[in-house]
Design a protein around this ligand. Structure first.
Ligand code: AMP
Length: 252
């Protein structure tokens, strides 16, 4: 790969107009790459937008932006484990227990679960106070989108050799995101299940537990989903969000 500028490539897609005009969120994606990779990365993101099971978008925005040369951080991916459950109820109880072990209060756990159950059009993550459960970001349906992270290509090839059973791009993207989120000092834990009606596996992630997949966190066909970041109540919110949205990070 060349040593030229590093670019952030981001996509967001909606149906019924742009997000800011009330369109329904379909899909989003974040990659990093050098100049010679940009056409491929943009094409992959457009394909992702056009093949999402939430529907066909009529709005797709792809943004490509050069990043400052000096600022890239490197992170080792969180260790991955899987808890197999036989029902959504069991899955949510196991996820709740993992969140409590990470330091999230019972009240905040319940708020987080309720929020994801009710969210069918959340485009980013909701940040909740890990003690009180209060929503801190105030961004509504837009939420906070973690951006400017991607796998180092050699690092990912190595990770895949070690985890051949986890070869889907979905896991790669989610693990990169969760690793960046867990590395932020303000984060206590993360809860995610996808808003993709066909994908029912979700996860809890934290520095202590790693990335723990839970095989059923919702019913097939359910459009609900999103991400909740549980944060320390005394977090510097502006600084925390700046890190999540803007700090470039290579994983691997
Ligand atoms: P996905 O993992 O792509 O199925 O996304 C599921 C949900 O997670 C989305 O509807 C958003 O609410 C949230 N989400 C996806 N990508 C991001 C991101 N980069 N930053 C924050 N939240 C995200």
């Amino acid at each position: 790969m060349s040593n030229g500028p590093l670019y952030s490539v981001r996509m967001r897609a909606a149906q019924g107009g742009a997000h800011e005009e009330g369109g329904r969120h379909i899909s989003g994606g974040e990659r990093l790459g050098r100049a010679e990779e940009l056409e491929r990365l943009a094409a992959e993101l457009v394909r992702k937008a056009l093949t999402h099971s939430r529907g066909t978008p009529d709005f797709i925005n792809v943004t490509i932006e050069a990043l400052p040369a000096d600022a890239v951080q490197r992170l080792v991916p969180l260790p991955v484990s899987t808890i197999a459950v036989t029902s959504v109820e069991e899955g949510r109880e196991r996820a709740a227990a993992l969140l409590r072990e990470a330091g999230v209060s019972e009240k905040a756990v319940r708020r987080g679960l309720e929020l994801l159950k009710c969210s069918v059009n959340l485009r980013g993550a909701a940040i909740l106070d890990a003690r009180t459960g209060e929503r801190l970001d105030g961004r509504g349906l837009k939420g906070v989108r973690v951006s400017r992270m991607d796998w180092d290509r050699d690092g990912y090839a190595q990770w895949l050799r070690d985890h051949p059973h986890l070869s889907s791009p979905r896991v790669a993207e989610a693990l990169a995101l969760a690793t960046k989120v867990a590395s932020a000092p303000g984060t206590v834990a993360e809860l995610c299940w996808s808003d993709d009606p066909e994908y029912v596996t979700g996860y809890v992630a934290s520095r202590g537990s790693g990335y723990v997949r839970v095989t059923r966190l919702k019913h097939a066909g359910d459009l609900s989903g999103g991400r909740v970041f549980f944060a320390h109540g005394d977090v510097n919110l502006a600084e925390y969000i700046r890190y999540l949205e803007r700090q470039p990070v290579w994983i691997g």
